[in-house]
Design a protein around this ligand. Structure first.
Ligand code: PLP
Length: 403
């Protein structure tokens, strides 16, 4: 909660108290059960009248350290760690929705989020409407009397569309609904949605929180009331918990989150500017560029940083040619990784139209702007000229004089 210490300090220091051995690096408690001091204490703990660990599905000290540290960074009263980012979103839907409720969400959200809300929860009678991410009027028109939850992600994957969190929060609250924001791309190092009025922050810890592509993890940050009254009971009963080992990895990842995001964003901005000037590149999507449609909003909301993910379109005269040229750039890579993950210190490149968005029809893809020539780059920490040289291998082969 509110602390006189700066977030950069909290990222290193917030954790459960040390064990009696005085370990300096936070302990990894690999234990599924916890020994109780006596039968009466056990009874109080199970009744929820006393704090104390009992069983791994209800809590673990290493997992608590990660939750407390992430909550400190997001500025939330509480946080809950989950097995993955999708588990975090599932937990929020289970905890807050019932049959007959309506969810309003951005059509540019992560692919599995679209399926979870639009397909899986529809089977349980939860209604939903998807709207264009940046069209505030469309959000307002789609609100219904039974709207309970607004879901947005900013910036989005892979086109880095930015939505106005404060405006969506006002809309949600006027309708008696919650606003949940997937903060995976910006992370609390750049953007803290609760400061703009959001009620819930969602995370895939798999991405920047870990930061080195090692483990799956997720988290929900919200008020103590939402976390303890609405979400924790559901988590205990569904088992969507984070393993202590994975919690320990992301806990240590948080210590360098701010430094990594600053450094990787600076590399991404330099790479975006450089790509924009290459004749074989038709368009660059990056919130840090003045040409980005929501550049000013992004700079306000994301602490003046554009984040570490960009996408670019290769120049081409047909979708077939665009796809072949994008594949050519990816297949020519010798240093960067062809990998659909993101948020790693290693630069990852991907072709969204044939991978993350491969199941959409061509018409749906066109509508969403996921064109065949689009390449996403999750920029890491390699020496920038090496990143540029690796991309040039394929880009320089594109004959822009004979399209
Ligand atoms: C990866 C991702 C998710 C899902 O997280 P997992 O940890 O893979 O379950 C959700 N939202 C965004 C924006 C993501 O990039």
């Amino acid at each position: 909660m509110s602390s006189p210490l700066h977030r950069d300090t909290l990222a290193l220091r917030v954790a459960v108290e040390r064990s009696l051995h005085g370990e300096h690096s936070e302990a990894l408690y690999l234990s599924s059960g916890f020994v109780q001091p006596n039968a009466a204490a056990a009874a109080r703990r199970f009744a929820g009248d006393e704090d104390g660990y009992t069983y791994g599905r209800s809590g673990n000290p290493t997992v608590s350290s990660f939750e407390q540290r992430l909550a400190a960074l997001e500025g939330s009263e509480a946080a809950l760690a989950t097995a993955s980012g999708m588990a975090a979103i599932t937990l929020v839907c289970f905890g807050l929705l019932k049959a007959g409720d309506h969810v309003l969400y951005s059509q540019s959200m992560f692919g599995s989020t679209l399926k979870l809300v639009g397909t899986e929860f529809a089977r349980f009678g939860v209604e939903s409407t998807s709207v264009p991410q940046t069209d505030l009027g469309a959000w307002a028109r789609a609100v219904r009397p039974n709207t309970r939850l607004l879901l947005a992600e900013t910036p989005t994957n892979p086109l880095t569309e930015v939505c106005d969190i404060a405006a969506l929060a006002d809309l949600a609250h006027a309708a008696g609904a919650w606003l949940a924001v997937d903060n995976c791309f910006a992370t609390p190092a750049l953007q803290r949605p609760l400061e703009f009025g959001a009620d819930i922050v969602l995370h895939s810890g798999t991405k920047f929180l870990d930061g080195q592509g090692r483990v799956m993890a997720g988290a929900v940050c919200a008020s103590a009331d939402l976390i303890h009254q609405r979400l924790l009971p559901v988590q205990k009963n569904t088992g969507m918990v984070l393993s202590p080992f994975n919690a320990w990895v992301v806990l240590k990842g948080l210590e360098t989150l701010s430094l990594r995001l600053q450094a990787q964003s600076a590399q991404a901005l330099a790479l975006a500017q450089w790509l924009q000037a290459h004749p074989a590149v038709a368009r660059v999507h990056y919130p840090g560029l003045p040409s980005h449609p929501q550049h000013a909003l992004a700079m306000r909301q994301m602490g003046g940083c554009g984040g570490a993910v960009l996408a670019f379109e290769v120049a081409a005269s047909s979708p077939e040619q665009a796809r072949a040229r994008a594949f050519g750039v990816l297949d020519a890579l010798q240093v960067l990784s062809l990998c659909t993950n993101l948020g790693d210190t290693k630069t990852l490149c991907a072709h969204p139209a044939s991978t993350s968005h491969g199941k959409l029809s061509e018409a749906q893809r066109q509508a969403a702007g996921i064109v065949q020539g689009l390449v996403r780059v999750a920029v890491g920490l390699e020496h920038l000229p090496d990143i540029q040289a690796d991309l040039l291998r394929g880009l320089d082969r594109i004959d822009t004089f004979h399209p």
